[in-house]
Design a protein around this ligand. Structure first.
Ligand code: PHE
Length: 490
């Protein structure tokens, strides 16, 4: 193998190493925390259907393309894009894709780590048996009790800062250790364990009285709920935000569009089948998200919780579940530990593109690059930490509006977003789909046909279909959803 064909940063020991790492990146808070709360806030079944369509028609082919680019480029996304563009005689401006990924990675990590910190804070709570009280409370007081635990946590910036710091430190230690060191070994146990625990929770959810109501909520499709979320008796306004959120969630959950999958692809052994690994990663990620939903909603309906309560949904729901189920302290502790681990294996893939690039500049060692990135994300994390307490009322998007217009802002309006909401919206719903769009266009229109055929080994028909989807379906799909969201079709 020639030197330029191997990555400077090492390689996965096998195809399984990549699958574990990419699944580790994909499966995380996006599946267990975000998917249920977005489904709950966007009316259920219609959101789930749009999400699944996006996964299948837009994200799956883009996942293959992103892995392919990494595998050909063999370096950080910035250099991969530059080298590939050069190699095929195109403008090196394509490296912008790498840069936007770097930025998106920081922005996401900054809030991701704070939320992972919530999960970490729940570990000692579960272990000490705080949730047990739920079993002895009258039904009417359950919701108040679990909400109080959550609200107490997020109301205290110092607590959030503490847990956020611990998570960032964990990420630094793992990323500094290099790609094979700890990562592959840990993932081998973690992923199956997380899956098993979700199944145990599903068992509990099935024993609750309203299991079927939860199932219906997730799979009964009612598009009105997605398109007309804020209907009153007198008015119904169309909104494309729900569809945009579903697409954004598909990209977010699969870690697509920002270079995480690309950089992992760069560490792939030459002989890997891209199609096969992409399929496995997409299926695992989707199954975990659906399972999480099937666990959460029956519990929500059985205990009088609200499906649309937002980011605290999963925490409040699971607290009830662990409080009521037998051996709940044990399972609760284990679950939140696994959730933290799943989050950390995603978090590390958020900085790996930048770390790899810094190392390639020749001015950083892996350790110094990792510390630098961790520090930057940690500082940026303050925006999210404060979004839940001292800056709870701050609405950055209204800063450029006139005073009168600000007074007219209603709860739920587009500009009614805290710093956390802004970061989340900007990354998931704008930057990742845009990144994915560019990946699709570059791969399908600008790379040589022989390379694609050789890398995918799909057979002629399969290859043509894939390229057609990547050339037309994915870009047009992303484009239409964007236009719809800014209200062009309403
Ligand atoms: N896919 C991760 C999750 O679902 C989050 C993530 C997004 C990780 C983008 C890397 C890149 O939790």
């Amino acid at each position: 193998m020639s030197a330029e064909n191997t990555s400077l940063h090492g390689e996965w020991s096998s195809q399984l190493g990549f699958i574990l790492a990419a699944t580790g990146s994909a499966v995380g808070l996006g599946n267990i925390w975000k998917f249920p709360f977005l489904t709950g806030s966007n009316g259920g079944g219609a959101f789930v259907i749009v999400y699944l369509l996006c996964v299948l028609l837009i994200c799956m082919p883009i996942m293959m393309a992103e892995i392919l680019l990494g595998k050909r480029g063999r370096s950080s996304p910035i250099n991969t894009m530059r080298n590939l563009a050069r190699e095929y005689g195109h403008s090196t401006a394509w490296q912008i894709l790498g840069w936007s990924g770097v930025l998106a990675g920081f922005l996401i990590l900054s809030y991701y780590s704070v939320i992972a910190g919530w999960a970490l804070a729940y570990v000692p709570q579960a272990a000490m048996g705080t949730f047990e009280a739920v079993a002895h409370l009258p039904q009417a007081e359950v919701v108040g009790f679990v909400s109080a635990i959550f609200d107490n946590l997020v109301a205290d910036p110092w607590k959030l800062l503490f847990w956020h710091t611990v998570i960032i430190l964990l990420c630094i230690v793992i990323v500094a250790g290099g790609i094979q060191g700890g990562l592959e070994r840990a993932l081998r146990f973690m992923m199956p364990a997380l899956f098993l625990l979700l199944l145990i929770l599903l068992g509990y959810a099935m024993s609750t009285p309203k299991f079927m109501e939860g199932v219906h909520f997730m799979f009964d499709v009612d598009f009105d709920k997605l398109f007309y979320p804020n209907c009153t008796e007198f008015s119904c306004e169309f909104s494309g935000q729900g569809i945009l959120a579903a697409m954004g969630q598909a990209f977010f959950s699969l870690s697509l569009g920002m270079g995480a999958i690309m950089v992992y692809g760069a560490y792939l052994p030459k002989t890997t089948s891209i199609t096969q690994v992409a399929t496995i990663v997409v299926i695992s990620d989707t199954v975990v998200a659906l399972l999480a939903g099937l666990v959460i909603f029956p519990i929500v309906f059985s205990h009088g919780l609200q499906p649309d309560q937002g980011p605290n949904l999963v925490f409040n729901t699971l607290t009830v579940a662990f409080g009521k189920m037998s051996a709940g302290n044990f399972f609760g502790t284990l679950f939140f530990i696994l959730l933290v681990l799943a989050a950390v294996t995603s978090a590390i893939s958020l900085i790996e593109p930048t770390v790899a690039w810094l190392i390639e500049t020749g001015r950083f060692s892996r350790i110094s690059a990792t510390i630098f990135c961790g520090l930057a994300a940690w500082l940026l994390g303050f925006l999210t930490v404060f979004s839940f307490n001292i800056w709870k009322e701050v609405r950055p998007l209204t800063w450029l509006m006139s005073e009168q217009a600000v007074l007219d802002v209603q709860p739920g309006d587009f500009v009614d977003k805290t710093w956390f909401d802004v970061l989340d919206f900007l990354t998931s719903n704008v930057m990742l789909p845009l990144g994915g769009l560019l990946i699709a266009l570059f791969t399908a229109w600008f790379l040589g046909e022989s390379v694609l055929k050789q890398e995918l080994a799909l057979g002629n028909r399969g290859y043509r279909f894939w390229r057609w989807v990547l050339r037309y379906v994915a870009p047009i799909g992303v484009g239409l959803i964007f236009l719809n969201a800014i209200g062009l079709f309403s």
